[in-house]
Design a protein around this ligand. Structure first.
Ligand code: ZN
Length: 334
């Protein structure tokens, strides 16, 4: 079972929530949030592009080369990014498999869609969400029926490109699992039993890299058998196989009263709405991100020396502006 990976903007409440509820999950930065903060601070497209290249780098050597390029342009920018541990954002150090996903964009687009529904009364809100999901499930089922490949189209493209590149590689076999793959880029070692390659592409994306494809073809293995099951068409179809059924008009719904319904049918359960307090003022519709709260401030780490080490090391995984807010709030209570 792969380790659960959660990507977010790593606001303190989310960091605490993940630690409390998913203690074994790995919690990384959404790169879009990180690059937005970086862009706000330094406003330089070349630097932002280098940050993305560093995030996408598969090996530590490639990663360090990109950070050095950032440093050559701006030492301040390199300092800013070095203060955020690379294991929470950079692919080369990341402690989990993101399958090439570096952002939480999918959640953001869902949030944007759900924003309209969230302003409706509870029943209309639930109906709006149900109708949208009913349509999506049907659309995805119908679309996937037209596919005839083994993998979903994006994964199939990835494998086709790897097959194309693998044609020019020379493969030497060491034993039944290990291979040395020679190309103009250099030498890579592939282990087909553990599904890994020295370039790290196979283990990070869950799909064989070009070196792995060359090794698999050299021993007449089926490349598709060495892909993660989440990329197969069968898994995609299974995810959307259940139908969300239409619901008749509200006027036809049965009114359930406590007691009477329970007596007639023991399986029926009345679910009461949760007790909640409505806060004064107009409900806020748009979430405010940390980077929108004003200018990003510098943190003087010397002033933090009285804090326990674990607290500081945990906080150092926040963005510098969040770190400031975190300790500013703490000091107000000291
Ligand atoms: Zn490789």
């Amino acid at each position: 079972m792969p380790r659960l990976i959660i990507l977010s903007d790593r606001q303190k409440s989310i960091v605490d929530g993940v630690e409390a509820n998913f203690p074994t999950a790995f919690h990384g930065f959404c790169m879009r949030h990180l690059s937005d903060s970086f862009r706000k601070e330094f406003n330089n497209t070349i630097l932002v592009n280098l940050l993305w290249e560093a995030a996408n780098a598969l090996t530590v050597i490639e990663f360090e080369a990109k950070i050095l390029e950032i440093e050559e342009i701006s030492q301040e920018a390199a300092y800013w990014i070095r203060r955020i541990p690379p294991r929470v954002w950079a692919t080369a150090y990341f402690e989990g498999t993101r399958f090439g996903h570096l952002t939480a964009n999918i959640v953001e687009s869902l949030n944007a869609w759900i924003l309209e529904a969230s302003g409706l009364p509870i029943i209309q809100m639930m109906e709006s969400i149900r109708r949208q999901l009913m349509t999506w499930f049907n659309e995805r089922r119908e679309t996937s029926m037209q596919w005839t490949s083994i993998l979903v189209p994006s994964a199939e493209r990835h494998v086709s490109e790897a097959l194309e590149r693998a044609r020019t590689y020379q493969v030497l076999r060491a034993n039944e699992a290990e291979f040395e793959v020679l190309s103009h880029e250099g030498t890579n070692i592939v282990d087909i039993r553990n599904r890994c390659c020295l370039c790290r592409g196979w283990q990070l994306y869950g799909l064989p890299c070009a070196h792995a494809v060359a090794a698999l073809l050299s021993c007449r293995q089926n490349v598709h058998r060495f892909t993660e099951s989440c990329f197969t068409l069968a898994t995609y179809r299974k995810a959307y196989s259940q139908t969300i059924h239409p619901v008749p008009d509200k006027t036809l719904w049965k009114e359930m009263s406590e007691g009477s319904q329970n007596e007639r049918n023991g399986a029926e359960v009345i679910i009461n709405p949760p007790k909640s307090l409505r806060l004064a003022g107009r409900p806020r519709k748009k979430r405010i991100r940390a980077e929108d709260r004003g200018r990003v401030k510098r943190v003087n780490l010397a002033t933090l020396k009285n804090y326990r080490f674990s607290e500081i090391s945990r906080a150092s995984e926040m963005l510098p502006d969040r770190l400031f807010h975190h300790y500013q709030m703490r000091y107000q209570h000291v």
